[in-house]
Design a protein. Structure first.
Lengths: 190, 190
DNA sequence: CTTTCTATATATACATAGTATATATTAAAA
DNA sequence: TTTTAATATATACTATGTATATATAGAAAG
């Protein structure tokens, strides 16, 4: 999939590897991240397959070694369009180290987990502030990029609501458990 | 992370590889999927590290080759608890072949994309029906498992709303573009 | 009664995604 | 003139995910 993301960016503008990462961070950093370890091997593969072409640049007055500027080829544009108009097979995949733990929170100390949930709420409330501030920035972009940014804030809002709801439910559940313990205790004494 | 998911399931109950997949599909199939290619190598590694123990079973009256039943060890429980009480570092990661394409829809034929968005809406509306039906089933489980199921439906609802909103915005944008074309056409004639 | 089918069960090879780190170049700062 | 910082590319390694191979035995078909 990253292959096509890179192809799409080169469809928009010629770039070298370092610039691709910069571009993604500036424009999609709120939802997507990428590493050089994914970029350079993919550029190499795309070049071998003839989907992109490469020119070594002799830039002056710039730091660092020579840039390798990549352009999408005709073949590349064709392959990109083919992919773009496919109806995607696989469903959305949500991976999160917090949610992975959440499933098993029944095995541990609920007080600690209420604390961790608090941390998550803080994190995503900060994210949301930043996203809302950036939303206006996308107005000049294509509606598609703007809509993706809107999805980001919606997801964020929904998740915060769910986190707060979960915290309440866990605290309620904990109090019920304590009550039950007290009752059992009394019976034992009696 | 899968390492800890498996450890968590074995914390709940002794299982062999095949059963682990079955269990995940029955209980978390709506949000999580796993393959034997992830399960068996992980079981092997966990066993080597002494976090789980293994007994070959001599089951009779059952199909297939001998099962290898795994149990979590004391060391495994310790390692699992350590992980469980960690505050997760990395943020949520949403990966979706549809959203990856969505970013680049400005490069292609909007009519085709409206069609694809329609397919997505159908898919997630079916998912939502299934999820709502299953929600009651989680009442008997731990509140954590139940809350995760609720998150699933919330995410689903939010995404459908966003898809419908996006479809409208794209159609509106298309009409604006056509109007602009007609105006430019007139000017050219005049 | 023996071949074929199906479900159970384990295992490995391979591809893709993601992290960590090594290396080179040059401008600017100390 | 050595060090630091930014630019730029590249590779090694780990984790995740897909595809496929292999084995066993009950059930069904002929």
């Amino acid at each position: 999939m990253i292959k096509y993301a890179i192809l799409g960016l080169l469809h928009y503008k010629d770039m070298h590897g370092y610039r691709i990462k910069e571009h993604i961070e500036q424009n999609f950093g709120h939802m997507w991240s990428i590493n050089y370890g994914q970029i350079y091997p993919n550029l190499k593969k795309l070049h071998e397959d003839g989907l992109i072409s490469m020119t070594e640049m002799n830039q002056t007055g710039e730091k660092g070694p020579k840039r390798k500027l990549y352009s999408i080829t005709g073949k590349g544009k064709q392959e990109f369009s083919r992919w773009l108009e496919e109806s995607p097979e696989k469903p959305m995949l949500l991976r999160d180290p917090f949610l992975m733990r959440f499933v098993f929170y029944g095995f541990g100390d609920s007080e600690r987990f209420v604390e961790i949930i608090g941390n998550q709420i803080k994190r995503y409330e900060n994210d949301l502030k930043r996203r809302r501030k950036n939303l206006k920035r996308w107005d000049k972009n294509s509606i598609y990029v703007k809509l993706i940014a809107e999805l980001g804030t919606s997801l964020n809002e929904m998740f915060i609501t769910w986190l707060k709801h979960s915290r309440e439910e866990i605290l309620k559940d904990e109090q019920n458990n304590k009550k039950r313990e007290r009752k059992t205790g009394k019976r034992r004494i009696a």
